[in-house]
Design a protein around this ligand. Structure first.
Ligand SMILES: Nc1ncnc2c1ncn2[C@@H]1O[C@H](COP(=O)(O)OP(=O)(O)OP(=O)(O)O)[C@@H](O)[C@H]1O
Ligand SMILES: [Mg+2]
Length: 320
């Protein structure tokens, strides 16, 4: 439904995105995940036709966003980072205005507006002036304006940013409810959001794509490795050397807990359970074994690994 091919955007000499390629299937919710300045908004602005790419193409339902701009944009709804709401209009007036601008026929406008308000649950505020609405309701109006001309594709740039926890849950539910009827690309820097809402995730970092997969597969990918945490009273260097010598070990890091006591993180391939070997080794050397356990890895760890060059040495997982 959306195909992005080799998109590149230079601001002067600075490449905001480079060779971004992915596709979104009909009815799918795709999460576009990345830290600040990764290039999410830049990519979305190009897909929605707000600015041209330096190189590459984007098509919506087969229509090229630069070559067939009118046809492509008719199939798109866009919630930008900052929604340009007309403060002095009522919700109904504003949505009617948006519907007209997007080419909805005059006689169909009232029904389109009613439908958009119903699916974003703002009908009871239809006659409220926009400037009087709370942030959460303004965001709903933003989503309603993206929906009002019934586009096949919705591009939502950080739809839950700035909302309170209850509003966040409501807006996520609302987006999940759009699955099937619409193809959705939503950008976020919040990991649980993609896990809760999205069918697939594209991870972008520093303007390039570092992973495209389902949330489950991304988690599974990192779980090819196992991490063992061990706390030992003993000499640092010999301890590190000894642990590195265990079969299957890929990486060992140590952090001093108190004088002569170190907490080590051992990364090994999944086929090896290091716990017994590590325990036996420590005891055999006459060191003090204070704690031993494995760490569960979360999608957050995958994300941190993929979006940072430095190895992650503090997983957020819980002890198993
Ligand atoms: N108009 C512009 N002129 C120059 N540089 C820009 C412009 N717009 C964006 N950039 C730069 O391009 C890079 C990508 O920005 P972009 O807004 O796409 O990131 P983002 O992933 O949406 O970040 P955020 O999560 O903060 O919204 C950033 O380094 C940004 O400073
Ligand atoms: Mg952005």
């Amino acid at each position: 439904m959306v195909e992005v091919n080799g998109l590149t955007k230079y601001y002067g000499a600075y490449a905001a995105i480079e060779d971004v390629t992915f596709r979104v299937e009909p009815g799918e919710i795709l999460g576009f995940l990345g830290p600040n300045a990764a290039g999410k908004t830049t990519t979305m602005r190009i897909i929605t036709g707000f600015m041209p790419p330096t190189a590459g193409t984007a098509t919506v339902d087969g229509f090229d966003i630069t070559g067939d701009s009118v046809a492509a944009r008719r199939r798109l709804g866009y919630l930008p980072e900052q929604v340009p709401l007309y403060e002095d209009m009522s919700v109904r007036e504003y949505l009617a205005f948006c519907a007209r601008v997007r080419g909805v026929g005059r006689s169909s406008v009232p029904a389109s507006v009613d439908r958009a308000m119903a699916s974003t649950r703002i009908t009871e505020y239809a006659d409220s002036l926009i400037f009087k609405l709370s942030k959460g309701y303004r965001q709903r109006v933003g989503i309603a304006q993206a929906l009002v001309h019934e586009p096949a594709v919705l591009i939502l740039d950080e739809p839950t940013v700035g909302l309170d926890p209850r509003q966040i849950i409501e807006v996520r539910e609302l987006i999940k409810g759009l699955r099937g009827d619409h193809t959705v690309i939503l950008s976020t820097h919040i990991l649980p959001e993609v896990q809760m809402v999205c069918d697939r995730v594209v991870i972008i970092s520093d303007g390039t794509i570092v992973a495209i997969d389902t949330p489950e597969a991304l988690t599974a990918r990192i779980q090819q490795t196992q991490q063992v945490r061990i706390e030992v009273r003993g000499p640092e260097m010999p301890l590190l050397e000894a642990l590195k010598g265990l079969p299957g070990v890929q990486e060992v890091s140590a952090e001093r807990v108190e004088d002569g006591v170190f907490r080590c993180l051992i990364v090994s391939d999944r086929s090896q359970d290091l716990r017994e070997g590590a325990a036996a080794l420590v005891i055999q050397r006459g060191w003090g074994l204070r704690e031993l356990g494995t760490m569960a890895l979360s999608l957050e760890d995958v994300y941190m690994r993929l979006t940072s060059e430095a190895p992650v040495d503090e997983p957020h997982g819980e002890d198993r």
